[in-house]
Design a protein around this ligand. Structure first.
Ligand code: ADP
Length: 268
């Protein structure tokens, strides 16, 4: 039986998140059932925003960690630090989330060092334990603790994908860029640029993204469209904004940049 306290009143301050399918209900059920969650999807498609929205809605503190290739288990669990002449144990973000009953979000988890999985495994089965070898503690995660991880399957190379034995410990869902009408609403809301001008940008992004696979590794993300619309709304000329947000961040290849600019010039 679940011992989760009734949910607090819906938090009016929850960051704006536009649902695309049933992801909010799935997140909430995973939380209620104390199941860990894996979000897959390209960068800039709304995963981080989704998690912060849900954490606020559920009234749980959120600890977000952007994983990188130097990130070790100790960065998550904690370490002894010298403070004012004495050595003190300082909890890492994962340990804090476990102690407080919060949500820990590990963004791009596949980037982290191998020893991180060793910490995650006992937390993701029904024991929900976090052993802290250095302090000798064995923390049992409270019912309102939740682990959420994400990764981008698009640019994994063979050495950096999630092992099946890890992946299969999570309830998983795929994210992608929203359909054009929804994406247009998001870009308008985030940037303040009128809807019809955002629609033109979203259409352009679709055309640019068609180059994906041939010349581009990744298409134009919702994040970059928000950047572009924000600069235009702030008064920047469209072509300058487009180059800075829809071309330069996507590729370093000058020929491909030129190709993208041609498509942009033809539109505006
Ligand atoms: P990811 O974590 O997938 O890399 P983010 O969550 O940081 O992407 O999203 C990038 C930006 O795109 C957000 O800051 C927000 O402005 C916008 N965004 C994308 N999808 C949504 C959505 N469904 N609702 C609201 N904003 C969104």
């Amino acid at each position: 039986m679940s011992h989760i306290a009734p949910l607090p009143e819906l938090d009016q301050e929850a960051p704006f998140y536009q649902p695309v399918a049933n992801e909010c209900a799935l997140f909430e059920q995973a939380y209620q059932q104390r199941l860990p969650l894996l979000l897959k999807g390209p960068t800039g498609c709304g995963k981080t925003r989704f998690v912060s929205h849900m954490a606020a809605k559920l009234g749980r503190p959120l600890y977000t960690v952007s994983c990188h290739d130097d990130l070790t288990a100790a960065d998550l669990t904690g370490r002894y630090l010298l403070q004012g002449g004495e050595t003190r144990w300082v909890d890492g973000p994962l340990t804090r989330a476990v102690r407080e009953g919060g949500i820990c979000y590990l963004d791009e988890v596949v980037e982290a060092r191998k020893d991180v999985t060793v910490v995650l495994h006992p937390l993701t089965d029904d024991r929900r334990l976090l052993p802290l070898e250095r302090t000798g503690e064995l923390l049992e995660a409270p019912d309102d603790f939740m682990l959420v991880v994400s990764y981008n399957p698009g640019y994994q190379h063979i050495l950096k994908s999630l092992k099946p034995s890890t992946r299969q410990r999570f309830v998983a869902m795929s994210f992608d860029f929203p359909p054009p009408d929804i994406e247009c609403g998001i870009v308008a809301r985030e940037s303040g640029l009128p809807h019809e001008r955002c629609a033109a940008l979203v259409n352009l992004a679709t055309r640019l993204s068609e180059l994906k696979g041939q010349d581009l590794e990744e298409g134009v993300s919702t994040r970059l469209l928000v950047y572009c619309a924000t600069l235009i709304q702030a008064g920047m000329p469209i072509l300058t904004a487009a180059r800075a947000t829809l071309v330069e961040p996507l590729t370093d290849d000058l020929d491909v940049q030129e190709g993208l600019m041609e498509a942009i010039n033809a539109t505006f």
